[in-house]
Design a protein around this ligand. Sequence first.
Ligand code: HEM
Length: 239
Amino acid sequence: MAVLTAPRAVPKKRNRPGRRTSSVGLKLVMAASGILLVLFLFAHMLGNLKIFVGAEAFDHYAAWLRELGSPVLPHQWYLWIQRGGLTVVVVAHVVAATILARRARAARPVRYAHRPKVQGSYAARTMRWGGVIILLFVVFHILDLTTGTVNPVGDPHHPAANVVADFAPARWYVTLFYTLALVAVGFHLRHGVFSALRTLGQRTARGERFARTAALAVAVVLVAGYLSVPFAVLTGLVS
Ligand code: HEM
């Protein structure tokens, strides 16, 4: 006698070809916007290191930034174009990340009972919160060193004085906060640069090794370069 069994639920096809293609497009958006942000981070870090040359050199650099493009561009235009460009790039990065994360969740209707304990998945999980921490840090940072709202000096014509006042030993908690934020930046960069290089084609074993080393190098150089400034002020090397 035939035994009747309930028809097995056929899983819905979630990865339709059209979707798959646009997910690759979104990963390209993530990689391209991420690379632009890393370029900004390198340029900004090099600018910050000018403080080791002296307060005057640092202030001169900040003033030069405001005159960049002159006489073709009026005063501060370059800076505003850069601000607009950075905002568009950050929005593209966050929107693409959010859509990709939603799709990944939709493709996995049952949560993992035990998440696989591989380093990659740990790094990937910290990306979202790392990104949120970095965004909050940037908001505080702009109020601190661009508008001067929460800076003890807050003089727009003397950015070096703002930096020195900010990281003075008595305000050790500001250095601690910047350090924690920069550690988040470091982790985010390590996984982000690695993912971007993989998206852009480093998929062989050798390519993956290269991507891993390059990502670590970018993260270490940037975090060390940025942190050298607050620690130089904290220890009295820059005053
Ligand atoms: C210890 C580390 C850092 C120091 C000492 C520092 C210093 C500064 C200073 C002095 C300014 C004002 C520049 C000016 O008005 O000419 C500034 C602006 C800015 N910084 Fe940083 N920065 C640091 C880390 C970072 C990081 C990690 C990010 C990004 C994740 C960042 C993003 C920005 C942005 C977006 C601005 C606004 C630029 C503008 O006015 O358009 N900074 N920073």
